[in-house]
Design a protein around this ligand. Sequence first.
Ligand code: SF4
Length: 286
Amino acid sequence: MVTPLELKTRVKIQWCPGCGNFGILTAVKAAISEAGLEKHNTVLVSGIGCSGKTPQYIDTYGFEGIHGRILPVATGIKLSNHKLTVIGTGGDGDGYGIGMGHFMHALRRNIDMTYIVHDNQIYGLTKGQYSPTSDKGFSTNSAPAGAIEEPVNPMVLAIAGGATFVSRGFVGELDHLKKIIIQAIKHRGFALIDILQPCVSFNYKNTYKWYKERTYKLEDLKDYNPEDKIQAYVKAHEWGDKIPIGVLYKETRSTYEDFLPQIKDIPLVEQKIDNMDITSVMREFI
Ligand code: SF4
């Protein structure tokens, strides 16, 4: 008899050779292990896109939702059982396109979860349309004359939106990325990690080389303080010739769950419902 978890370990990875998603997978697995998470108490939630397959490749619980709906599903799981470690993992199109409304509200709620965005600046699974983070002028199959809009800046939006942990990683710096993910998992509140993840099949501009030549680590700056919001805003606006990676901003604030007395002592999922009578409530709807 093969268990569902055993089946999962036999799944063949279906990403293009050289894809940046492999680096994210390696870093997330290492971070889960080093952070000491128990697999039966950890849930990965994904949406649609190449990144959406990630929960299939990691030996924890997983939920693959529909496009742009990672955060509402992750929120539901967290509020049902806040003892779980919940990690959302999806693409820039999923999170900053169709999922943008959910993203902004998740930031201000500060639910205790980690959100990993595989930011390859393109829609890879659908073969190369420009995405919300594509650079202006970036030419793709869907826009041969170049993208017209200004790109979304997830770092600026996250800080302005009220996130309590805002960071950027790069798959070409795996150990650095792993350390950011561990910090995000341990952070109490909503933690965003936007990861620069080259799509080797469809994004010919933002390559490993392109990122390597531009990224630098915030930890190497002597006077950078990630708890200083003004400094964080300045760094969040940096893009182009220089791209900062590391923890841009963090603060300590109460989480959404802290304001729910219903789950203060016991998670929703463990509460007894066998002696509840909801007849009077249902009558109101008849
Ligand atoms: Fe990776 Fe791009 Fe291939 Fe998708 S299409 S698996 S993002 S290289």
